[in-house]
Design a protein around this ligand. Structure first.
Ligand code: 2YW
Length: 373
């Protein structure tokens, strides 16, 4: 058990890295996928299940938890780990992205963001300092700087001013974070779809000597080649020996291609939200259980999986549950999807260690393309 935050590179395969982040609450094996636990719960899952699937860390959201039940209340109740019964590492997003995508009437200035809660309409102000304070009250192990994620497409000068605001906020967050032993604060690289601005952001954040670096401003609807081009520009401009976290990504294919470009950590609502909407991720690709073609298909999703949700239930039953709106439908598909995502990450970690990532990526893509025979 370590009292500090340490990232070690165990192996590389091209630009891909196999590493470990060791923290007081546990070790994160990278490449890592963080299930999203927005309001202190990974929806439709018990935390023990999430852990048993191989998750080393989950994500929580400052925006949601500050509105309900409130950061001070969570602190009074012992912090988020105790509250949600997840004793392992937690990374929290800083709230800026969620304000712009969820809140009503929001105003952004040098000071921070002001917004009305989408829950009860109460007006809140969140400065970089308040975001870090909230994440500290939650007990977050990896805290994200407050940033601005500019909506694309945007004029270059708009992207530049936004990126520079986020850099000033990174500095304020570093000061506000201070010295929290065993915890880390990550900067967030911005710069839209402009490679030069992306590199400027990465280099400036590197100068702040932070514990890790996120790549933000992506997975906002841009085509995959644009996202990947930004990674090709950003990753070489970030320190080799610090973790890199691509926010909000993504599909299995996004994750593989991003790992190949040097990304270590991921989070995405895809496996959980899509699961609740009837969609299964498997090694044969996506299966939409709402489709009538499954109504009498007695096969399981994947007979070779070690996840009961994939192995023990017929597609016909899953189709029935989904069409009937039964809670068990979302539970089983979420279980299957998170199991598939964690097995995808384990496969990538093994392939990098063995120096066979290119072949492994090709085999994965072939399985997805072959579809569901
Ligand atoms: C069923 O699947 C879905 O509904 C679904 C919805 C959204 C995403 C994409 C999420 N993308 C995304 N999350 C993000 C979170 C971010 N946080 C900060 N602080 N800064 C960013 O710059 C930022 C960018 C993101 N991009 C992916 C999947």
């Amino acid at each position: 058990m370590t009292q500090s935050f340490q990232f070690s590179l165990l192996a590389t395969d091209g630009a891909a890295r196999r590493g470990e982040v060791s923290m007081p609450r546990g070790t994160i094996r990278t490449p890592a996928f963080m299930p999203v636990g927005t309001a202190g719960t990974v929806k439709a899952m018990y935390m023990d299940q999430v852990r048993d699937l191989g998750a080393d860390i989950i994500l929580g959201n400052t925006y949601h938890l500050m509105l309900r039940p409130g950061a001070e209340r969570v602190a009074r109740l012992g912090g988020l780990h105790e509250f949600a019964r997840w004793p392992h590492p937690i990374l929290t997003d800083s709230g800026g992205f969620q304000v712009m995508s969820l809140a009503q009437l929001r105003k952004l200035s040098e000071k921070g963001v002001t917004f009305k809660s989408h829950i009860d309409g109460v007006v809140h102000e969140m400065s970089p300092e308040r975001s870090i304070e909230i994440q500290g009250l939650l007990g977050s192990d990896i805290q994200m700087q407050l940033d601005e994620c500019v909506a694309l497409p945007a004029e270059r000068d708009v992207i530049e001013r936004s990126m520079e605001l986020s850099l000033r906020w990174a500095d304020r967050c570093k000061i506000a974070f201070g010295d929290q032993p065993g915890r880390a604060m990550f900067g967030i690289v911005q710069g839209g779809d402009d490679e030069a601005l992306r590199v400027r952001s990465a280099e400036a954040l590197t100068g702040l000597d932070l514990k890790g670096y996120a790549v933000g401003g992506l997975a906002v609807g841009e085509p995959q080649p644009v996202m990947l081009a930004m990674l090709d520009a950003v990753c070489p401009a970030l320190p080799q020996h610090k973790p890199r976290y691509l926010m909000g990504v993504g599909t299995p294919d996004d994750i593989v291609k991003s790992v190949q470009r040097g990304i270590d950590m991921f989070d995405c609502v895809m496996p959980t939200r899509a699961g609740r909407h009837g969609l299964a991720y498997t090694r044969h690709g996506k299966i939409n259980l709402r489709n009538a073609r499954h109504a009498e298909d007695s096969r399981p999703l994947d007979a070779e999986s070690d996840c009961p949700a994939a192995r023990d239930y017929s597609r016909a039953y899953l189709h029935h549950l989904v069409k009937a709106g039964e809670a068990l439908g979302g539970m089983l598909l979420t279980w299957n999807n998170l199991s598939y995502y964690q097995s995808l990450m384990q496969g990538l970690r093994d392939a990098i260690e063995a120096g066979r990532l290119a072949d492994h990526a090709a085999a994965l893509a072939e399985g997805w393309a072959r579809g569901d025979l």
